[in-house]
Design a protein around this ligand. Structure first.
Ligand SMILES: *Cc1c(COP(=O)(O)O)cnc(C)c1O
Length: 486
């Protein structure tokens, strides 16, 4: 028998039952997990929304001995306990937080299926079903955003941050084709990116990653409605042109992360015409409005954007992460990311297909699109429309009840995000932060603090299709009690 370092090289044969386990053992573990999942999914509301943040306790919990490797039940229980005890429960109906949803069951099933089949979508020929499902969804979404059918391209991304990075890369490629090989040093122009001061910070990070630097991002003040101010934008563009800069790109945010405000794309279009910049719509959250017949006019004009970021894992209740980049320049992604290799499969050489690795930032690709595809199969586009509309109504109820109970609101948006507070404390960050912390430490609700211009506000957002009017009344109750206690 041949040996390697004293061990039989055939010892590896035992790995099959060690790694896959036996059918009986697998069933036992699934049953155990399923019971825990049911407990969590059905009774999420019974948990405190947020745990105390005790780093040493968490580290000690992680490092504790969890027994011999064969104790599989204990291993599972340990992980479930860690996640139950030490996480903000974003699936909780009283989580009024950032755009993190409860995972729908279709999304959960899809992630499980993807883990089993593990399709590799880097090359089309390795996972043609998965690749075509994603192309189908990109085309469907592009059409719903109003792009002309034969001009739609895009890709699933790791999230909105990668989609925004992709937008910057495409905008650069579009303006400076030579940059791909010769780099920025081959370009005399000094390109700039413009967005409102409320834009998502992933834009600033992307400017740094693509080598323009964060100083190349011009942060434009907002108007009275907290939208990117087109007049100030134009003034800045004119000043920059005079100083020898080149306005490469403007980013409109459709659903600002802090305030839910929707930048006015139609007001930016004359400037696009005049100055020729790439217009990107960061609709990571608010883009879901296009799924509602009644409300899609909120993002009107988005069909004129050169590209769009949309996150299915925000409003559509899909487990993280499912970012999407869509463009109406069908050749730009191939020109931006095209590369040829010797070792990638070429089985599909004669077919009219696109290999995603030649088209995107990522190489190995997970089947992210399945979460959205299965949601469409199980709930229908109609079901997604209802999800969007229900959260809009819940948001309207929250806004109405806050003002009825004496709170001032600071952001005007139709999206279910409310920034609120009291005039007496709006300039007192210590007081607003303390109130927010008190809310969180009750374990009954999770909200955050957001600064709008000079005012400190509390921010509550509807992110969960399980959040009801009763939950909102409970939030108001918690706030009232804490205000009374002072
Ligand atoms: C969440 C968000 C992003 C970042 O997306 P990730 O999926 O977290 O990477 C970008 N822009 C906006 C407006 C967002 O709300």
């Amino acid at each position: 028998m041949s040996t390697l370092g004293g061990k039989s090289i055939f010892a590896g044969l035992n790995l099959l039952t060690m790694y896959d386990l036996t059918p009986e053992k697998r069933k036992q573990l699934w049953d155990r997990l399923n019971a825990a999942f049911e407990q969590y999914y059905t009774h999420t509301a019974a948990l405190p929304v947020a745990p105390p943040l005790d780093k040493p306790a968490i580290q000690a919990f992680i490092r504790q001995s969890i027994g011999p490797p064969e104790d599989l039940n204990r291993a599972l229980d340990h992980v479930l306990e860690g996640l139950t005890r030490y996480a903000v429960h974003t699936p909780h109906p009283m989580y009024f937080g950032l755009y993190n949803p409860r995972s729908s069951f279709a999304g959960i099933l899809a992630d499980t299926i993807t883990a089993f089949f593990n399709p590799q979508i880097a090359a089309w020929s390795h996972a043609p079903f998965a690749a075509e499902v994603e192309s189908f969804l990109i085309a469907e979404l592009g059409r719903r955003f109003g792009y002309p059918e034969s001009f739609i391209d895009g890709a699933f991304t790791s999230g909105g941050a990668e989609a925004n990075l992709t937008a910057l890369l495409c905008a650069a490629q579009h303006r400076f084709p030579e940059r791909k090989h010769a780099g920025w040093q081959s370009i005399a122009a000094k390109p700039l990116i413009y967005c409102s001061k409320e834009c998502h910070h992933s834009v600033i990070k992307a400017a740094q990653i693509i080598g323009l630097g964060t100083n190349a991002v011009r942060s434009i003040d907002t108007d009275a409605a907290l939208k990117l101010d087109p007049q100030l934008l134009e003034h800045q563009i004119v000043r920059d042109l005079e100083a020898g800069y080149l306005p490469m790109m403007v980013i409109a945010t459709e659903g600002v992360t802090g305030t839910g405000v929707i930048d006015d794309i139609p007001a930016l279009l004359p400037l696009k015409e005049k100055y020729g910049f790439w217009l990107h719509a960061d609709a990571a959250y608010g883009g879901a409005a296009v799924l509602s017949e009644q409300h899609k006019h909120w993002v009107a004009g988005i069909e004129h954007a050169d590209s769009i970021t949309f996150d299915a894992h925000k409003w559509l209740s899909i487990p993280m992460a499912a970012g999407i980049f869509i463009t109406r320049h069908p050749d730009i992604m191939g020109r931006t990311f095209g590369i040829s290799t010797e070792y990638m499969p070429k089985d599909a050489g004669g077919l009219d297909i696109v290999d995603p690795y030649t088209h995107t930032v990522q190489w190995s690709r997970r089947f992210t699109g399945l979460k959205l595809y299965l949601s469409v199969l199980m709930y229908g586009w109609d079901g997604l429309e209802q999800l969007v509309e229900q959260q809009i109504s819940t948001g309207e109820y929250l806004r109405k009840r806050l003002s009825e109970t004496g709170w001032k609101t600071y952001n005007a948006t139709p999206l279910p995000v409310v920034c609120f507070g009291q005039e007496s404390m709006e300039r007192d960050p210590a007081q607003v932060n303390a109130l927010c912390q008190k809310v969180i430490s009750t374990g009954k609700a999770w909200i955050s603090v957001y600064k709008i211009n000079e005012d400190y506000t509390l921010r509550a957002c509807i992110t969960n299709y399980n959040t009801t009017g009763q939950d909102i009344e409970q939030l108001l109750g918690v706030l009232e009690e804490l205000m009374r206690a002072g």
